[in-house]
Design a protein around this ligand. Sequence first.
Ligand SMILES: *[C@@H]1O[C@H](CO)[C@@H](O)[C@H](O)[C@H]1NC(C)=O
Length: 327
Amino acid sequence: MKLFLIASLAILVLASPSHQSEDTYKACHNNFEIRPNICEKFNFISSEEAVQKGCVTPTNGTTFYDVSDLPQVNIEPNTATIASLITNVFEDGDVHFAYASCNNIQDMRGFTSGYAGFTTGTGDSESLIDSFTTTSPNNKLASFLSNIHEISQLPHCDRRSRGDTSKLEGYCEAWKQEACDENSGFAQLQKDWVFKNYMIPSARYAAQSGIYSPLGQAIFYDVIIQHGYQYVEPDINIVRLLTLTGPRSSEETEQSFLKRFLTTRRELQCCYPDNVWPASATRSEDLLSLVENFEYNKNLDVPIKLNNFGRTVTGHEDFNKDIKRCV
Ligand SMILES: *[C@@H]1O[C@H](CO)[C@@H](O)[C@H](O)[C@H]1NC(C)=O
């Protein structure tokens, strides 16, 4: 999932210079200038090797960390909405949810589609379409399931075969039709899946650090969407970021902890040895400026300004359909 998210950001950088500076390192200057005393702690060797290193074969039938020991949490509906909108701006450049997107972005994850970059090569599309087919057996994606199940049986490290889309002809058309059909429930299902599998776990990681403010929950959500919580990607996941940030002491304020957490994240983005992650440090910069004004922004009940992206999230957006792609 993550690679789609950052690759789409790269496309955004290329396609819309008005949202992003052409400078890949725009948010990596001054205190975030790449230098050994900042970057050493991440121990990146090279991005190619990092990918190899990340090729851990799962043995317990999941690529995710066990979160069952994390505290249970409550997420207010307004927090879920605003957090999703903020991350959507970072991922897709505006506040219209990308339910109907679908491309093979050549990252060896097959087709990448929808609101959270579900991919045919990594199992999340499979899980989503499986549950869609349970409630709507005649949906247009159901016929792809047997080939997607076959892909899931392939060895995890065989990225080339997992990313092969040659047996999935017509998948993107079917995806778009279902996502744009207001009666299919597919857009809503995508949203529910992300809530359950990303929003809730992210808020539970936040609670583990004593973070309960809506702004804090939104920050953890954005981090988990971009960095994941998969032990098969040990270099960059949220658990590593939290470890490198260090625990929150009982005297430390939420604001101070969030500042340290986002600073570590922005350093990681800037230090990562490719041209894609450093460009994404602009989102950390925007979140850091929200944290600077913590008292004002903490409840996400004011217009949320995302300066690097030229967008303001208000909560009045249409988040039920992909008005950009479904016309
Ligand atoms: C699966 O196993 C890995 C590796 O031992 C572990 O880190 C992870 O938490 C486990 N996930 C679940 C959901 O049990």
